[in-house]
Design a protein around this ligand. Structure first.
Ligand SMILES: [Zn+2]
Length: 277
């Protein structure tokens, strides 16, 4: 697949996992670019707001190693992982937990302003039903993140529930602070891809054949694809393998489901427009 762009829009690396070796597997299969998204790492337990920035340093270090050992384009996203609002609240109280995530959001923005990363993520809300007070706190942190995204002109990668109303709610939150909803990327999106379904939000879907087929069947190429490769040695098979996106792109081209123009749009034009600002 020479010269065909192959972009995985949601990829994690862990110091304790396969990290760069996984990325080498992605590259060997034809992969050309990823969004490297920070995660809470066992190496830096979050016990105060400034711990988020400490944990982002692990992501920067992994990105540097990956750039040394591969030719893969790496766009780094940092931000406070939203599900943490629950365990941090249970341990320190809701107010302190919200302050901690808020500081993580501010520090992510500071790092982005310094050129260490080019997107805010993954941020958002718990993806499962939980108490409204947690959802409200998560929404306040997310709203601040959208303000910062607008100021910095960078996209946000959103981890949240996947209900039908989700994109509408994200779009409304973005518009409230003057952020283009197209800068709001719905991670792990269902194949909701048309203007009526997204309300302007940018979908990033798990790279399954059925998702891709359904999305293309709706007559649009406005979406990205991802694995959410988790790189957790404790859960080696819990998610898609690193070579999934290259393999899917090869199948799309081989089966005639998509031509090179479509692949270029999904794997180059859209990521470029979001991450090269
Ligand atoms: Zn993720």
């Amino acid at each position: 697949m020479d010269k065909v762009p192959v972009y995985d829009n949601h990829f994690h690396m862990s110091p304790a996992g396969r990290n760069v070796d996984a990325l080498l597997e992605f590259q060997a299969a034809g992969g050309t670019g990823i969004t490297l998204v920070t995660l809470p790492y066992a190496e830096v337990p979050i016990t105060k707001g400034s711990d988020f920035e400490e944990s982002f340093k692990i992501t920067y270090d992994l990105a540097r190693k990956a750039r040394e050992r591969t030719d893969v384009e790496i766009n780094v996203a940092v931000g406070p992982y939203p599900v943490l609002i629950i365990p941090l609240s249970e341990k320190y109280g809701l107010e302190a937990a919200e302050e901690m995530l808020m500081q993580g959001m501010e520090d992510a923005a500071k790092d982005i302003a310094e050129g260490k990363a080019c997107a805010i993520g993954e941020v958002g809300r718990p993806h499962f039903p939980t108490e409204q007070r947690y959802v409200d706190a998560a929404n306040r942190v997310l709203q601040r993140g959208m303000e910062l995204g607008k100021e910095l002109d960078v996209p946000l990668i959103i981890h949240c529930e996947s209900e039908d109303h989700t994109d509408r709610s994200l779009s409304e939150m973005a518009r409230k602070v003057g952020l283009d909803p197209g800068m709001v990327i719905k991670h792990s999106s269902p194949p909701l891809v048309t203007e009526e379904e997204t309300f302007g939000v940018m979908p990033s879907m798990p790279a399954s054949k059925s998702n891709i087929k359904t999305a293309l069947g709706k007559g649009t190429t406005r979406f990205m694809i991802e694995t959410d490769y988790i790189d957790d040695p404790a859960k080696p098979t819990s998610i898609m393998a690193p070579a999934t996106v290259p393999n899917k792109v090869r199948q799309m081209l081989g089966s005639g489901m998509a031509d090179e123009e479509v692949v270029c749009r999904i794997c180059k034009d859209i990521p470029d427009s979001l991450y090269h600002r």
